[in-house]
Design a protein around this ligand. Structure first.
Ligand SMILES: Cc1ncc(COP(=O)(O)O)c(C=O)c1O
Length: 418
């Protein structure tokens, strides 16, 4: 390997190592290089406390404990450690024990799962709901269960890997359209004429924070009788007058064939769900492998999630606070003349350009100054637009946001001028 730094994770998927239990040899050379090793040390940082807006990490960079302002967590509404959520989970642990101890079909499903599914279906205004033990397995299992060989699965090119993997498993033909580009979508729909077709989009795109162009997408899909699957991982509980998501925000919920959400973000827990019509839900219970052949989510988590849904929807306090914070931070960052891309949400990228070296230098300084703000490198984002990515929380105080902006000004704004 001539120049180690020219390689990325995009290069080592293929593996021809004769030992099937060994990674590609070049991957080993690459990942063990101290410069690459250093970049990786930013990932899987050890959290020593709940991911609140000020938390503590055991830094992988220098193995020091560090108090940090947290702009990296998906705990958007602070529900992960909300006292009522914690209490509900404690009570469920005493009553039900730790796990669901088997797949729901044979080993049973707790009353909590039934109650929560009904709550979610009502919330999302669909007939029924299926719970999964992770968001990833929810997307993967729904797509694998709905689509068959001969079907067409059209995805926005920025859709999450779980949707892509679900498509691969299903055997359907996959077509990708350019991000939020309706002409490109129309071209794919034209190619799919006469075939069973499902189009997947996300409410908020997770690396850029922009919204799906839902009105135009619905119009195109209606014309070709294609069904829509919307992943509202980053929008449920935050968008729409009632927090039901981006489809509610645009007044188009009735046009969504399937709506997906995850519990690992605004809900503050873990797991995933889809809401759709009752007949499809019944069918997927039998044909979606991550539901049919996998243990149901822990009752402890489900009890906490029921409470999280109640807390987040009993009024708009948390949502209002979130948007207040988003506006405050965006204004301050825009005043610093930073490139925030096309964000329209609580996900705010700070795009710094093509230099990976600069990105990781800044990331080091940022962390040492007490800000937990992670670098996002190629291939997760295009090589020309490496970035930091802020996840805003409703729990951030003005003092925390001001301090974060000071650090960003000192490190990123100054670094970009050098
Ligand atoms: C858009 C999107 N969908 C699905 C998932 C998977 O969710 P989970 O992490 O809860 O498994 C993610 C995770 O980041 C996501 O961003």
């Amino acid at each position: 390997m001539e120049d180690i730094l020219n390689y990325s994770l995009a290069d080592f998927q293929y593996n021809d190592n004769p030992d099937v239990l060994a990674p590609p040899e070049e991957f080993e050379t690459w990942i063990n290089d101290p410069r690459i090793n250093y970049c990786f040390s930013f990932f899987e940082q050890q959290l020593l406390r709940t991911p609140k807006t000020t938390t503590e990490i055991l830094s992988n960079l220098d193995h020091k404990k560090r108090k940090v302002i947290n702009l990296t967590s998906y705990n958007y509404l602070g529900l992960c450690s909300h006292p009522e959520v914690i209490q509900a989970a404690h009570e469920a642990l005493d009553q039900y024990g730790l796990g669901a101890s088997g797949a729901p079909l044979l080993s049973g499903t707790f009353d909590l799962h039934v109650k929560f599914s009904k709550m979610l279906a009502d919330f999302k205004q669909k007939e029924d709901c299926l719970l999964f033990s992770s968001g990833l397995s929810g997307n993967l299992g729904a797509i694998q269960g709905i689509l068959r060989k001969g079907d067409i699965f059209i995805l926005d090119e920025k859709c999450h890997k779980s949707l892509v993997d679900g498509g691969t498993l299903s055997g359907a033909k996959m077509l990708f359209f350019e991000h939020n580009n309706i002409e490109s979508l129309n071209r794919m729909l034209e190619k799919s004429k006469g075939r069973r077709t499902l189009v997947a989009v996300e409410g908020v795109y997770s690396m850029d924070g922009d919204l799906v162009k839902l009105k135009e997408i619905v119009e195109a899909c209606d014309q070709y009788r294609a069904a829509i699957y919307i992943d509202e991982a980053h929008s449920t509980l935050m968008f729409g007058a009632h927090g039901r998501g981006v489809a509610e925000h645009f007044g188009l919920e009735h046009k969504m064939g399937v709506t997906f959400g995850t519990f690992s973000k605004s809900f503050g827990g873990v797991g995933g769900f889809i809401c759709t019509n009752a007949k499809l839900t019944r069918y997927l219970k039998c044909y979606s492998s991550p539901y049919h052949f996998s243990c149901a989510p822990s009752p402890v988590i489900v009890a906490g999630l029921i409470k999280a849904l109640e807390v987040a929807t009993r009024d708009s306090t948390l949502r209002d606070k979130l948007w207040e914070n988003v506006n405050y931070l965006k204004k301050n960052l825009s005043d610093l003349k930073l490139d925030l891309g096309n964000t329209e949400s609580h996900v705010i990228p700070i795009i710094i350009g093509s230099s990976g070296e600069k990105l990781f230098q800044m990331a080091t300084e940022i962390q040492k100054r007490g800000l937990f703000l992670q670098p996002v490198d190629f291939p997760a984002v295009p090589a020309q637009s490496r970035r930091f990515r802020i996840s805003v929380s409703s729990q951030l105080t003005k003092a925390e946001m001001d301090e974060a902006c000071n650090i960003i000004e000192d490190v990123v704004v100054k670094g970009l001028k050098m």
